[in-house]
Design a protein around this ligand. Sequence first.
Ligand code: ATP
Ligand code: MG
Length: 374
Amino acid sequence: MANQQVLVLGAGQLARMMSLAGAPLNIDITAFDVESEKVVHPLTGHVIGHGLNNAIAQADVITAEFEHIPHSILDMCEKSGKFKPSTQAIKAGGDRRIEKQLLDDANVANAKYAVITNRAEFDAAITYVGMPMVLKTALGGYDGKGQWRLKQLDQVDAIWQEMEQSLINTPYQAIVAEEFVSFDREVSLIGARRTNGEVVVYPLAENIHVDGVLSLSTAIDEPKLQEQAKEMFTAVADKLNYVGVLALEFFDVNGQLLVNEIAPRVHNSGHWTQQGAEVCQFENHLRAVCDLPLGDTSLIRPTAMMNILGLDRLPESLLAIPNCHIHWYGKEKRAGRKMGHINVCAKSSEQLNTTLSKLASILPAEHFPALHQR
Ligand code: ATP
Ligand code: MG
């Protein structure tokens, strides 16, 4: 196995964790910070190399840690023939219109929807989709941002004014109107696909979002649901001829899954795999894009992950709790920002519950909301 150079588009925590996972396999990561347009070291943030063109030329493989990447940059990477999964997959993750079409083309169940670009289409969507509905910007949404909930007709004008601003301010913007799904819970499936079509998936994670932001993910062992999710995962991954780690977020409605959205990358709800699986999602993504054999995805012990939101310090006593693993991202503190996460493992689900309750007594609800809602 030779040393490989992987260039990651995006220089946040996901590139950082890919770098940490790649090092033992002799896979070196450089990261392209899309905002500063600089090629940086994913751990130190120091500028390295001689710009993007050079980094593209030097890389064996190019991949991405997020989907909101300018198309001009994606096209440059695609031209090099080194980009994986594919620009088509990244565009599907970054544009809800393309994403919804993909889900329909792959024949996987998803919430009824309509695309809106003007007021007449909004009115038509209210009739076709029905109320309540969730309205989402096609471009640029994340962590529940760029969304509206329409529950009654007297909200229509006010919501239209805000949506119209978004349509005016962002080129190629549209709004996707979705039926409101009364789900029992949200789950996600993270898996990897190799060039030869081989697919591996991790156990499903049950996710609790608070105000649109993921707070707590717990790996679950539910064979029937797992089978359903894997089938949908494979349909989407095959449709895209996908290479790398892909995430599917689902609504669970009485045991029937609907795909909410996809993420063409490693995903926050898969961070538990760092301690709960033999090979974590970051390593498996690198293995897939470097066309190496995929690693074991099975659950080795009950594990949960909680995001550290808007906090840059934790009590040292946390480290004294067995099977409690802290992962900081080295980011500047901002209210509600994902600053790091904590993986908690246990020998049994009961023990995991006990540890989570203990943590709830130490960690504040403001920064760990779902931990206090269990
Ligand atoms: P992410 O950070 O996961 O990319 P996002 O901003 O792209 O989030 P979604 O995942 O589409 O947005 O929505 C955020 C949350 O809003 C979902 O996790 C879910 O709780 C809720 N939600 C989204 N769509 C619907 C829907 N159609 N019906 C009911 N709830 C919804
Ligand atoms: Mg989501």
